[in-house]
Design a protein around this ligand. Sequence first.
Ligand code: KG4
Ligand code: ZN
Length: 345
Amino acid sequence: MDSNKPVTRILAIETSCDETACAIIENGRALLSSVVASQMEIHARYGGVFPEVASRQHVLAVTPVVEQALAQAHLTLNDIDAIAVTQGPGLAGSLVVGMNMAKGMALGMGKPLIGVNHLEGHLYSAWVYDAGELVPPEPQFPLMALLVSGGHTELNLMTDHLTYQRLGSTLDDAAGEAFDKVARLLELPYPGGPSIQKTAEEGDPRRFNFARAWLDGTWNFSFSGLKTSVLYEVRELKKRSNSLPIPDLAASFQQAVIDVLFKKTMNAAREFGAKEILVAGGVSANRPLRQVFKAQTEFPVHIPPLVLCTDNAAMIASAGYFRHSLGHTSGLEMDVLPTWPLSQI
Ligand code: KG4
Ligand code: ZN
C-alpha cells in the first residue's frame, strides 16, 4: 500500500442470510479482522435456512461479533471512518438486524453509513487480502465477472469500479441452489455444495452425461433441466437396484455445472474483450471449478480465498470502501432491499 495515502477504515456488517459477520478493512483491500458466526448447524436440522430462526440468531450474535472484530483488529470505534452494511438482497428479517445495528453505530459515532449490495460485495471479495501479507495483484478492467452463489448466477462485465453490465443470469435455479437441491435428492447433508464436492472426489464425472443447457446466443444460464435429468436417472437406477452410485452421480452433476459455467465465462470474456476474469460467490469455493479456471492460461483469473467465497463481511467492507471513496453514502432512513439486482445499482 502507498504509505503516503491517508488511511480509511471501514467496519462492515453482513446479516443477509444465515451468517452474522463483521469485518474491518483498510483502504478497501487490507483486511484487519473478519469474524463470521455461522448458524449452519442450527439450519442443518431443517435441511435449509429457516428465516425466522435466522433473524433471531442474528439478534443474539450481532453485538458480540462486532465487539470481536474490533478486538481482533486492536481498534476502538474511534478508529473507524465509516460503517458499511448489507442492504440486500437477502432475507428481510435477517437484513434488518444488521441494518439497525449499523444505523445505531453510525448515528452514535456521527460517521457515514453505506448500504452495500450483497452481490457487489461478493465481487469485491476478490480485492481483499490479509493485512501484513504480500499484496496480490488488483483485478484489472474490463473484467468478466462470474457470480455464482446460492441465490444468483450472473455474468457481469465490469468496466470500472462499481460499474456493471449484466450480460446474463439464470432463468431458473442458481448454481448453488442446484447443488443444494441435487444434494437433497442424493440424500447428502446440508449445505449441498460442499457435500457434493466431497462425495464427487470418489466418483467418475463421465459416468452420466447429464443435460447441459448452453442457451446459445445468450449469456443466460439454466440449471433446472440438469436437476431434472439427475432426478430421472436416480428413478431409473432405483428400478434396477437399491444401492445408488452416489459418488458417480455427484461427480457427473458437478462436472455438468462446471462445464457450463467455465465455457460461457470464457466465451463472454473473449467476446467482450475482457482483460481478466473474476469468479466469486459461494460456489467459487468449489475445488474442481477453481482448478479449471486456474488451469487456463488465456486470462489472468481472480478467485477469492476459500474463507471469502461464502458469506462474510470483509467483502462488504471492501465494496463499502469503494462506494465511500466515490461519495456514495446512505441516509439513516434507508430501508432493506430484499431483492436488489446488480444491474440496478
Ligand atoms: O454466497 P453464498 O455463501 O450465499 C449466497 O449469497 O447465496 O453461497 C452459498 C451457496 C450454497 O448454495 C452452497 O451450497 C454453495 O454456495 N457452495 C458450494 C460450495 N461451497 C458452498 N457449491 C459448490 N461447491 C462448494 N465447495
Ligand atoms: Zn452470498
